[in-house]
Design a binder for this molecule. Structure first.
Ligand code: FEO
Length: 393
């Protein structure tokens, strides 16, 4: 369905209610949408982004419903296929259309989709393209979450189209944000899963758009923001340097030893005034884990020893945390070992990206004894002291 956001600006993308996985990695508990926008100027018509190839027919139907006889420009904000994948088909239906994007994105679209290089119009940061009574101003916002990402701002309507930036994986029949707490959760999950590793770039891009008068943000996933400050403030908080008095304890236990350690340790942290998010890595939703990593000052990984090393699920959690680069300040490991192994070296070797203080781990031999519980109490003391040092307690 083509919905009009403002006079002659239509939402023409597709809702994907059924998709449950992105990148064969990221769970989508609420589905998603691939938003595309049609801008009808007095002289030219532009389509901002396309949709995932699975939804090409929905986009083409919506363009027909919006009475689109001609498209002059297809603006590609981002080369990832959930937005660009349908561009080759749109080019077939609208043979005069040019793909408008930056040089990096052009190269990627040629590589990923084999679009004819002659079909492009390459633009620079800050360049404007007139559609007659509406102007497309291109604002480069690199690294949200690929290097070529850019946004379009329409000054006449004060709308920003930032593609993935500020988006949320949320399938909904509502064009606009109606339930801010619900969208906050979905947007935070999305930020955690793909934007968090590029926190420095996110901060720069927030500064870059600060001078624009924005009355509406129309992202490429999830509903449109009629109160843009809501999501801008959320992003400032998530990407800012402050951590919260929280510890993420992510563990796996095979025969109960690590579970006993985790239960004792989590109680010890709570007694010391630290909020805890505990995750059993066996069957964890990695989106939930990623969200918890956005704010936590401390991360502790719990692992048994198997195949003479860390449990692969614990190694996966360490590798994922390393890739997501949260602003976490302190890390430790707790675990159990039957005889010996390289469990500790493996886990600490997997978190080289993190600028963290590694607090001395606690490893029990087999089922934990009183001395191990005392060591866990001491570890909780050290973490509480670290949180106090940085003003969290
Ligand atoms: Fe929604 Fe990075 O694609």
């Amino acid at each position: 369905m083509a919905n009009e956001l403002k006079p002659n600006i239509y939402s023409v993308g597709a809702v994907d209610w059924d998709r449950r996985l992105f990148d064969e990695l990221i769970p989508l508990p609420d589905g998603t949408s691939y938003n595309a926008y049609l801008i009808k100027g007095s002289e030219k018509t532009a389509l901002l982004d396309a949709v995932d190839p699975a939804k090409t027919t929905v986009l083409l139907d919506n363009l027909v419903k919006a009475g689109t006889e001609q498209i002059d420009y297809i603006v590609a904000h981002h080369a990832e296929q959930d937005h660009s994948g349908a561009i080759p088909d749109v080019l077939l239906f609208y043979p005069d259309a040019k793909v408008v994007t930056n040089a990096k994105c052009k190269a990627m679209l040629v590589d990923h989709l084999h679009i004819d290089p002659d079909r492009f119009l390459v633009v620079e940061d800050g360049q404007e393209l007139s559609l007659g009574d509406k102007t497309l101003r291109f604002v480069f916002i690199p690294w949200v979450h690929w290097p070529e990402t850019m946004a379009t701002y329409i000054p006449q309507d004060k709308i920003l189209f930032p593609c993935d930036f500020f988006g949320s994986h949320l399938a909904t029949s509502s064009l606009y944000v109606e339930d801010e707490p619900m969208v906050y959760e979905a947007a935070k999950r999305y930020y955690a899963e793909i934007m968090m590793p590029f926190r420095a770039a996110i901060k720069n891009n927030l500064k870059k758009i600060a001078d624009l008068q924005i009355e509406m943000i129309a992202p490429s996933h999830g509903p449109v923001y009629q109160r843009p400050q809501f999501i801008i403030d959320a992003y400032k908080d998530w990407a800012g340097d402050d951590v919260k008095n929280e510890a993420v304890v992510a563990y796996v236990s095979m025969h109960g030893s690590v579970r006993k350690m985790v239960e004792h340790f989590v109680d010890a942290l709570i007694e010391r005034g630290i909020k805890v998010r505990q995750f059993n890595l066996s069957g964890v939703d990695i989106g939930e884990l990623a969200m918890a990593l956005v704010d936590a000052a401390t991360v502790v990984i719990g692992t048994p020893t198997v195949l003479v090393g860390a449990h692969p699920l614990a190694a996966y959690a360490a590798m994922l945390t390393n890739a997501l680069r949260p602003k976490t300040r302190f890390v430790s490991v707790i675990g159990s070992s039957g005889w010996s192994g390289k469990m500790l070296e493996q886990i600490t070797g997997l978190i080289g990206n993190l600028k963290v203080d590694v607090i001395e781990p606690v490893v029990a031999k087999g089922l934990p004894r009183d001395a191990d519980f005392e060591s866990l109490d001491k570890l909780a003391d050290k973490i509480a002291a670290k949180h106090k040092e940085i003003g969290l307690i």
